[in-house]
Design a protein. Structure first.
Length: 263
């Protein structure tokens, strides 16, 4: 099974990159399933029902998210109606709308379990992503050995630790949130594909997707000024993982980096 994961999709530029490149990547690499982190797809922060549906129409099979999932309040009923299409991190407290894991299927019926967890270092004081993530993995493994985990964390140390903790239990563990693609893709000793951060689908001529001058102003003044999504140097970034259907172990992981020609 070949899985394409798209890093954080940022605003309209990121959505455009997904629409442009997904059909090409699916055909070129023989992709079976596509997962994308969509928590920044609506004006650079949050996701709306409309932008979620745009991602799904662009051949994304399942959308993961992170700490910005609650930014647009209209997404809450959508989360509850579509637990097999849009995830929120699994380690939010019980009673939080939505779910943190799901099963997606290839056209020929093969199953991929997907888990979404959020880190706690420099972020919210949520339930433990290690323990909750493992519970979700073990639940999904009753249906399939093929498990993909999106670890939405700020600290690279926490991402590394989660990768090691889930090694041999998940097929792939890939980080999101920091929007900067790392170059440490590898297969861990237990057969789990790992990448600290998949990067972003969005404008690299920016500060992690935000117009540079606005981000610099916030750093200089410490005021909570309004952010806007940048527009130039737009890339689709992510990775492709090849998973053995029988064992759930990863055969390979390859970074993806495609630039829109007119940006």
């Amino acid at each position: 099974m070949k899985v394409l994961f798209c890093g954080d999709v940022v605003g309209k530029p990121g959505l455009r990159a997904v629409k442009e490149f997904l059909p090409k990547l699916i055909g070129r690499h023989g992709i079976d399933l596509v997962v994308a982190n969509g928590e920044n797809v609506a004006q650079g922060a949050g996701v709306t029902p409309e932008t979620a549906d745009e991602l799904l129409r662009a051949e994304v099979n399942l959308i993961t998210s992170g700490n910005h999932i609650w930014t647009k309040k209209e997404i809450i009923p959508y989360l509850e109606r579509n637990p097999d299409k849009l995830l929120r991190p699994a380690n939010y407290p019980k009673g939080t709308p939505g779910v943190g894991s799901a099963i997606v299927r290839t056209p020929d019926g093969r199953k991929l379990g997907v888990v979404n967890v959020e880190g706690r270092v420099f972020m919210k004081n949520l339930d433990c992503p290690f323990r909750v993530g493992l519970e979700e993995i073990e639940k999904l493994r009753k249906e399939t050995p093929c498990i993909f985990v999106d670890i939405h964390c700020d600290a690279t140390s926490e991402k590394n630790a989660l990768g090691a903790y889930f090694d041999g239990k998940a097929s792939a563990v890939v980080g999101t949130h920091t929007h900067v693609q790392t170059a440490d893709e590898r297969i861990l000793p237990g057969g789990t594909a790992y990448l600290t951060d998949a990067g972003m689908c969005g404008p690299l001529d920016s500060v992690i997707g935000v117009r540079k001058e606005l981000a610099i102003e916030r750093f200089l003044t410490q005021r909570n000024n309004h952010f806007e999504t940048a527009k130039n140097l737009v890339y689709l970034q992510g990775c492709i993982i090849d998973i053995d259907d029988a064992t759930g172990k990863a055969r390979s992981i390859e970074r993806v980096r495609e630039r829109l020609a007119d940006t």
